[in-house]
Write a protein of this length. Structure first.
Length: 411
């Protein structure tokens, strides 16, 4: 039997009614003759609540216990989805990550999938089970402890299962009907794309478009998984939604395909560090060890042998970053006069593979922001993206202005 992977995100399983509606979609695919692997998220809001409880209990928490707590939301929806399918006379069984077992490394709260043995689930399919419902987002470490795959990780569970089982397609059911030129919540001019290239989706995801977890796009690209994003709230045809595919399959060629944003950024500046060989390693080594996701970096021109070093990171990692840098200062590895955190910044990025061959995109982006009176604090570029760090209060304005400037509402 051909295998199909169907993933339902938090809003698609938020209530028993929605679980029923999702189960009906699964029933339609079973009727077509597929063996279906359903990946479920926790009910919407649940994981946030669990994360909140962990933070309230322990500021510098043990990540193994964080995973024990935050993985639990998916256990509930997996069981409920299997029960709902059984009520519809569809033979179904639920699986938690460790039962599959979905094997990961030991990087708790950010674990990477290492292997998904298919024998357990395949044996059940051979016995007549039609649907394997798997709790997304979670796995098991070599030490036998529960791990989680980072926020939004159920997308990655889904793609990894599609790759492991050679699924015909991996359908990601969510609360929007595809990938848009920008988050449709920010502007109603956002336009749904029929197709988007893996590379562009990878950049958009890593720059904040949370419609797909970055790692899921990476895996789909590596294993050639046909990945589709579509709505669980509408009747769907086989052509619905957005297909994430190889660049060659796409006709459109414009410099910018989409605008992404990331609200929860922070800018940290080490004031007056010695300008000497090895200083960057002395600063960013301890940050890496503390698990800080450093993004943009600026080192100012030195004056009298001293310089300022600025970097950005997710706002919820500021306390950890401060702790790591102050420890490095106390042990004499680095010396700075002050450490200043600006927790009111956001990152806005323009992405497009067309940038490779067209110049002037950065200039147009900076001009647009300047016309709106938005001050740029940090800039970073790559071959297919330009990112700026700005005051958070201008974020939506900046996204809307750039969406207009690059005429993204026009097909
Ligand atoms: P799920 O719970 O189904 O995993 P998410 O909330 O993780 O859903 O992702 C879907 C959300 O992603 C949408 O509601 C939308 O607000 C947001 N989003 C951000 N950027 C985009 C984009 N470019 N296209 C579509 N949705 C986007
Ligand atoms: N429930 C997890 C989260 O909210 C995983 C997911 O939904 O993809 O991050
Ligand atoms: Mg998600």
């Amino acid at each position: 039997m051909p295998v199909l992977v169907m993933k339902f995100g938090g809003t698609s399983v938020a209530t028993l009614d929605r679980i029923k509606r999702a189960a009906k979609r699964v029933g339609v695919e079973v009727a077509k003759g597929y063996d279906v692997i359903v990946i479920v998220s926790a009910m919407s809001g649940k994981t946030n609540e669990l994360v909140g409880w962990v933070n309230e209990t322990s500021k510098f928490y043990d990540a193994r216990e964080y995973d024990a707590v935050v993985s639990s939301g998916e256990n509930v929806t997996a069981g409920l989805m299997a029960l709902t399918l059984q009520e519809m006379d569809v033979p179904a069984r639920s699986w938690q990550g460790w039962q599959v077992p979905l094997k990961t490394n030991s990087a708790h709260s950010q674990a990477r999938i290492e292997e998904i043995p298919t024998d357990n689930i395949s044996a059940k399919f051979a016995e007549g089970m039609k649907v394997a419902v798997v709790a997304g987002f979670q796995g098991i470490s070599p030490e036998g402890r529960i791990t989680t795959l980072g926020r939004g990780g159920s997308d990655t569970t889904a793609v990894a299962f599609a790759a492991a089982f050679g699924a015909e397609r991996c359908d990601i059911y969510t609360d929007v009907d595809g990938v848009y030129t920008t988050d449709p919540r920010i502007t109603d001019k956002a336009r749904k794309l029929d197709k988007i290239a893996f590379e562009e989706m990878l950049e958009l995801a890593s720059l904040g478009a949370k419609v797909l977890q970055t790692r899921s796009v990476e895996l789909a690209m590596r294993f050639g998984v046909r990945l589709r994003v579509l709505s669980s709230f509408e009747e769907q045809s086989d052509e619905a939604g957005t297909l994430v595919c190889a660049e060659e399959e796409i006709m459109e060629n414009r410099p910018v395909s989409g605008i992404a944003y990331s609200r929860d950024e922070a800018k940290m500046t080490l004031i007056s560090v010695a300008d000497r060989p090895g200083i960057a390693a002395a600063i960013f080594g301890p940050l890496a060890e503390a698990g800080i996701n450093v993004d943009m970096i600026i080192q100012n021109i030195a004056e009298e042998g001293r310089t300022d070093m600025t970097f950005s990171c997710p706002v919820d990692q500021v306390a950890r970053a401060e702790k790591a840098l102050n420890a490095a200062k106390d042990s004499g590895d680095i010396n700075f006069h002050d450490l200043v955190a600006d927790t009111n910044v956001a990152k806005v990025s323009a992405v497009g593979i067309g940038m490779r061959s067209q110049s002037g995109v950065a200039a147009q982006m900076f001009k647009t922001l300047s016309d709106e009176g938005v001050n740029i604090k940090v800039i970073a570029t790559s071959e297919i993206k330009i990112s700026v760090l700005i005051d958070r209060k201008y974020m939506e304005l900046a996204v809307q202005a750039l969406h207009d400037a690059f005429e993204l509402e026009k097909a």
